[in-house]
Design a protein around this ligand. Structure first.
Ligand code: ARG
Length: 583
């Protein structure tokens, strides 16, 4: 189904043509004078230059040619604007088509295309912390938006499971329990099924080792050696690594589940390892890699760079691979296994240079062919109310689990206090509201901007918040359930000005989701549903819906809010949360 603006533009272009002017002048935009009209076309002004006549003359001639049935207002005004208001009939037809169309009329422009969304990036053995929140929330939303447009969207968690943190744990464990069979190079038996540590021990071992590394050179060297030997395939270390992975992955899954974030692919940096030797060789063979202070690097600076772009390090001087190496090798793996048309990465924007280097190297080396798009969406920081990066009260990095827990507790108190639902539904309702608060609080900001995490504001039932949107949906659901079967009722002509505003807002759904897709901007969906929810509530307050005596009119009201419910629910599913039954 055509987007509303495209449809009106096409009609306007035909009118220009019918009036004897070039169709290309017929571009229509949303009005910047909503007090005067809903849409406008300024094409007559430009056309006047080409046709050497007064713009108003052209505007009038074009206005004559428009189909009067489509508009309640067509006004050619000085110096040559064409102001438009859509007719009731037009709105009714458009929304009825949207109501009955698949996907709410949004075309699946991504059908047949594949995108890999790389949006996890948690490091194994370290608990998820709030640094992982934005990536999870924004990435999950974008993945769902791509899917809505028909893309085969694969979310890949891309765990940090191959770096120094693994060597640190192994080295620390060696110091603590040197007698374990994993450290005996002559051991040839089976390794135990049970790990030699629990998850909480593991979570204590890593920071301890990390701190020790900074003070103890000897220990640091051991950790480096252990990392190297693990990567070379030392049996006992690999078995330890597997234990660490099993514990960590189970824990990550649990926490991502509470965020309703799900990955299709659970690969990590380690899975890229087998692709490294051939990839490095290929860079060498193509003469793209050069030696620099013992390391192998790929120069990627380009003419016209405004900032210095240093070479991309492929192999470190000690022969080990680093972040860029695994990212490049992962691209080889993804091209081979998924044949994507696009790879989208989400990380903190401080990694922008890394991705610039890696993308350039990948293009140079032919890993990523020209037709395949690469995008890095670097997001801003989540700050506390003091405007500084969000910290715990004790000043540490907050665990994601704790953040979710605090939000849940906060919402729980409200749910209980307001006696919103039956005892048995408290938990589920609380979880849904808390998730909406958390996700909408994040997603309503432009991804690249920093934002302030404000629990009270995010969880408020009024204002531009997730709970407010849920509340609106719940309100509609409650009316619909009191009405009865509503799914097949057709859209009718607007019954009043509030209905018309709501209808106008509904027609903009396609534009909003497409904007979110093209601009990697779920915030556009948030802004859209906030406006839409406002129209729903205004209509609700000004219109007796169930009390309407005329059954036909009532059915029209119901059909309209039913469509609004579908649009709102679809939108929040694209943002990654859902509405409870009661609130
Ligand atoms: N593990 C990385 C980190 O903690 C993030 C990984 C992001 N994805 C990627 N392909 N580099 O910074």
């Amino acid at each position: 189904m055509e987007k509303i603006l495209d449809m009106i533009t096409a009609k306007m272009q035909r009118a220009f043509q019918d009036a004897g002017y070039d169709a290309s002048f017929g571009r229509v935009t949303v009005s910047n004078r909503p007090d005067l009209c809903e849409y406008q076309c300024n094409g007559a002004l430009a056309a006047a230059k080409q046709y050497h006549c007064a713009p108003i003359q052209i505007a009038r001639a074009v206005a004559e040619k428009l189909d009067a049935g489509d508009y309640s207002l067509v006004d050619a005004v000085m110096p040559g604007f064409i102001n438009l208001k859509l007719s009731d009939r037009f709105l009714q037809n458009y929304l009825e088509e949207m109501r009955t169309a698949e996907n709410l009329g949004v075309e699946k422009i991504g059908a047949g295309k594949t995108i890999v969304v790389d949006y996890g990036g948690p490091n194994v053995a370290k608990p998820l912390h709030i640094g992982h929140l934005r990536s999870a929330i924004i990435g999950e939303s974008l993945k769902r938006i791509y899917r809505f447009f028909g893309y085969n969207a694969i979310g890949d968690i891309h765990m940090g499971d191959w770096g120094l943190q693994m060597g640190l744990i192994i080295a620390e464990l060696h110091e603590r329990q040197p007698g374990l069979c994993y450290f005996d190079p002559d051991y040839t038996g089976q390794y135990p099924e049970e790990p030699p540590f629990t998850l909480s021990e593991l979570e204590e071992i890593y920071p301890a080792a990390s701190a020790k590394k900074k003070e103890d050179e000897n220990f640091a060297a051991q950790a480096h050696t252990a990392t190297f030997e693990l990567q070379q395939g030392r049996r006992g270390y690999h078995a330890l690594w597997k234990h660490i992975m099993n514990l960590s992955v189970a824990d990550m899954t649990r926490i991502y589940d509470t965020l309703d974030v799900h990955f299709e692919s659970w690969l990590g940096e380690s899975d890229a390892d087998p692709y490294i030797p051939a990839m490095v060789q290929s860079f060498k063979d193509q003469g793209l890699a050069v030696e620099s202070e013992g390391a192998l690097v790929i120069p990627v600076a380009e003419e016209g760079d405004k900032k210095e772009v240093p070479p991309c390090i492929l192999v470190k001087s000690d022969g080990s691979s680093i972040y860029a190496t695994t990212d490049l090798a992962t691209m080889v793996q993804r091209m081979q296994d998924f044949h994507p048309d696009k790879i989208l990465y989400l990380t903190d924007k401080r990694q922008a240079l890394h991705f610039e280097q890696v993308f350039r190297a990948a293009r140079k080396g032919g890993i990523i062919p020209e037709g395949v798009e690469l995008e890095h969406l670097g997001f801003g920081t989540m700050n506390g109310r003091d405007g500084k990066p969000f910290k715990t009260r004790e000043g540490g990095v907050m665990r994601l689990e704790r953040l979710i827990g605090e939000m849940t507790e906060f919402v729980h108190a409200k749910v209980v206090e307001n006696q919103i639902v039956e005892e048995s539904e408290v938990e589920d309702t609380t979880a849904k509201i808390a998730l909406a608060a958390l996700k909408y609080g994040d997603l309503s900001n432009q991804p690249t901007k920093d934002y302030v995490f404000d629990m009270e504001r995010f969880a408020a039932f009024e204002g531009n918040t997730g709970p407010y949107i849920l509340y609106t949906i719940v309100r509609i659901k409650s009316i619909l359930s009191r009405y009865g079967a509503w799914e097949n009722l057709p859209i009718r002509s607007p019954a009043n000005v509030y209905a018309k505003d709501l209808m106008l807002a509904l027609t903009k759904f396609g534009t909003a989701v497409e904007g979110a897709l093209k601009g990697s901007a779920p915030n556009l969906i948030c802004a859209y549903i906030y406006e839409l929810a406002g129209c729903v509530n205004k209509f609700y307050h000004e219109t007796p819906i169930l009390k309407e005596a005329d059954e036909t009119v009532k059915a029209g009201h119901i059909a309209l809010i039913g469509l609004a419910k579908n649009v709102l629910e679809t939108s929040i599913s694209l943002l990654g949360f859902s509405a409870p039954e009661k609130m």
